[in-house]
Design a protein around this ligand. Structure first.
Ligand SMILES: [Zn+2]
Length: 271
């Protein structure tokens, strides 16, 4: 029976997951799932570049068509889509991303999270990643539904893809990305997060990250792009300082990124 003391006690105790945190830098086959074409690179473009340097393969999935964010409203949708593709390809070449699958949902539109989850399950089942990266769907201040819906669809797809009875919606991915072997998903990394437990030293690849982000001209005016690049550099320095203070980075780290990193086993009841 509850007493007044039980009801009034607000001293909640945080219960950490008992599932060990995986080592993300051991990943060899990474699937990065984003709402928009620049989400991954803006948040963890340095991590992507480091993956490439160590010989990992990276495949991107972009959930939306990105057309709502295009700055020049005078150009046709077809021309805008072409420019977005060219900018994506340029950034992918700079960071060493192997491929991109576009799902074409309406940017900032009223699309269905379950439909995206089913499409992502199809991609995961074919590609067999050992690491999924996506937006943190539990970022408390996120107001853009494309972001939290894409992140949630991605983390849910990450656990349900391995349940045979859950149906997917077939998505055609290039043959070269279809895996012939079953692989365990080892880690799920959530970026744009306020609850980081993994800090990555990106000092040696910061320039590549900023160069890749500078490709995304369709959605930023020259002035906004200049501010974005400056903010990203300042943010990377700030994250490096936070990581060093937490004892998670060496003292010579100048720039860093951070993610919330979990084993997929920690993403449902088996905490
Ligand atoms: Zn976005």
């Amino acid at each position: 029976m509850l007493t007044i003391n039980n009801i009034a006690n607000n001293d909640f105790v945080n219960i950490p997951s008992l599932v060990p945190i995986p080592d993300i830098m051991q990943s060899k086959r990474i699937l990065a799932i984003q709402a928009h074409y620049d989400d991954t690179d803006i948040s963890v473009g340095g991590l992507i570049s480091l993956f490439t340097l160590q010989g990992a393969e990276i495949l991107y999935v972009t959930a939306t068509d990105d057309l709502a964010g295009v700055v020049d409203l005078d150009q046709s949708k077809e021309k805008a889509a072409l420019a977005l593709d060219e900018e994506s390809q340029r950034a992918m070449e700079i960071l060493g991303v192997s491929g991109l699958i576009k799902l074409g949902l309406p940017d900032a539109g009223d699309w269905d999270i379950h439909e995206l989850r089913k499409s992502l399950m199809s991609v995961i089942r074919q590609y067999q990643p050992d690491c999924v990266l996506t937006l943190d769907p539990w970022l408390g201040t996120e107001a853009h539904s494309d972001h939290y819906k894409s992140g949630f669809a991605a983390v849910e797809a990450s656990i349900l893809s391995y349940v045979p009875g859950v149906e997917d919606t077939h998505v055609t991915i290039p043959d070269k990305f279809i895996s012939s072997e079953q692989r365990d998903l080892i880690s799920v990394g959530m970026f744009t997060t306020s609850e980081a437990n993994c800090f990555i030293d990106i000092t040696e690849v910061l320039d590549q990250k900023l160069l890749a982000v500078s490709s995304y001209n369709s959605q930023f005016s020259p002035e906004d792009m200049k501010n974005l690049l400056g903010n990203l550099k300042a943010r990377a320095k700030h994250i490096a300082n936070l990581g060093k203070s937490a004892g998670k980075l060496s003292n010579d780290t100048e720039y860093a990124e951070c993610i919330k990193l979990l084993s997929p086993r920690a993403l449902h009841a088996a905490r």
